[in-house]
Design a protein around this ligand. Structure first.
Ligand SMILES: *Cc1c(COP(=O)(O)O)cnc(C)c1O
Length: 360
């Protein structure tokens, strides 16, 4: 055993689950091509590890130039889309050299492409802001932008894209989709619009290149449909063990700030997992945890390296009993909901200090 892996916490990443979820994405996508979104270290699952498991995707989407180069150097010849594009014109030769597709979403990028003299022109995804007001050209300048892109010598193939703000709730995509349709009418270029929620709910929003992220990692983007309902499998399991037990009496309290007041005799287990491992500090008492295969809940504040759980009625729970923080049997979506956040935040916050085990 490695000495630095003696603390019992570990994350297990399942390549089988990743492949299964990609097959689900393909099932929804029909003829559309699939860009597997690998930003934020593949939502905490590890860039190269996830790319290997997802190598049958048609392309990858990410943010960081260094990550894109790492994928190329590891031999991935896929289309690689850079979701924020280049940050300065100085990066353009690398885009050309490594055949990266740049999302082009603002004037400065377009001007840089007009001026660039590149060994080989670059592919771009030209982004229209259809209402989310994050990245993208305003509809008012779009026609002009399209004309300039047509004339820019440094531009090779063009795909048009947008991103939906409410695909995961009942407001849906219709308003933004109408804006996109109106502005892209007659353009000869392929289209890319769909995140996981759009992919699973709105066939009319698929276009030619879909961009699933969260569903590949086995989590649901919807509040009203679980990952199980959607036949998605958790790709990450975060687990640890009980390293301490306290028997506490009414009138006592648990953890920092004494936020949990004990009202009946309780048996409390201390688990080697805290916010420095990526567990959300704002998870309140009552957040679900699985101990020795049975559900129970956290009590008191999460501390840096540990959290406490109620094992009063889990009679076999003792030092060394396995604890699942999320994964098989305890969907990360449930933990996220209890903590007032989304699974995305929990998955990508997995700390570098947590040893990762890959399973096939
Ligand atoms: C993150 C991201 C996606 C993937 O979204 P999910 O909700 O994880 O499927 C798709 N497109 C863009 C532009 C993104 O930033």
């Amino acid at each position: 055993m490695q000495l630095n892996a003696s603390r019992p916490i570990r994350a297990t990443i399942s390549a089988t689950a990743l492949r299964h979820n990609l097959a689900r994405a393909r099932h929804f996508a029909g003829h559309a091509k699939v860009l597997a979104v690998l930003k934020a270290s593949a939502y905490g699952h590890g860039l190269l590890r996830a790319a290997s498991a997802l190598r049958s995707a048609d392309g990858f989407a990410l943010l960081d130039l260094g990550d894109a180069i790492r994928l190329r150097e590891a031999g991935f010849a896929h289309r690689i889309v850079m979701l924020e594009g280049f940050f300065s014109a100085a990066e353009l030769p690398e885009y050309s050299r490594y055949r990266l597709t740049a999302v082009v979403h603002r004037e400065g990028q377009l001007a840089a492409l007009e001026e660039a003299r590149l060994a080989a022109p670059v592919d771009i995804m030209l982004k229209l802001n259809t209402g989310m007001n994050r990245l993208g050209f305003a509809p008012a300048v779009w026609a002009d932008v399209v004309e300039r892109v047509r004339r820019a010598a440094a531009v090779n193939a063009v795909t048009v894209m947008t991103h939906f703000a409410c695909a995961d709730d009942d407001r849906g995509i219709s308003e933004q989709l109408a804006v996109f349709g109106r502005h892209c009418e007659g353009l000869p270029w392929p289209r890319s619009m769909a995140n996981s929620a759009t992919l699973m709910r709105y066939p009319e929003g698929h276009g030619d290149w879909v961009r699933p992220g969260i569903m590949l990692y086995g989590s649901s983007p919807f509040a009203d449909q679980s990952a199980l309902d959607l036949d998605l499998r958790p790709a990450m399991m975060l687990e640890s063990e009980i390293i301490g037990i306290q028997n506490v009496m009414p009138g006592e309290s648990i953890g920092y700030g004494a936020t949990f007041r004990v009202e009946r005799p309780m048996r409390i287990a201390v688990v080697a997992c805290g916010y420095a491992d990526g567990y959300p500090r704002h998870a309140p008492s009552g957040t679900p945890v699985q101990v020795g295969g049975q559900r129970t809940q956290t009590v008191g504040r999460v501390s840096m390296d540990m959290l406490m759980v109620d094992v009063t009625y889990l009679l076999t729970a003792t030092i060394g009993t396995r604890v699942v923080l999320w994964g098989d049997g305890l969907p990360v979506d449930e933990v996220a909901r209890a903590a007032g956040t989304v699974s995305y935040e929990l998955l990508c916050a997995l700390a570098p200090r947590v040893p990762v085990i890959e399973t096939d």
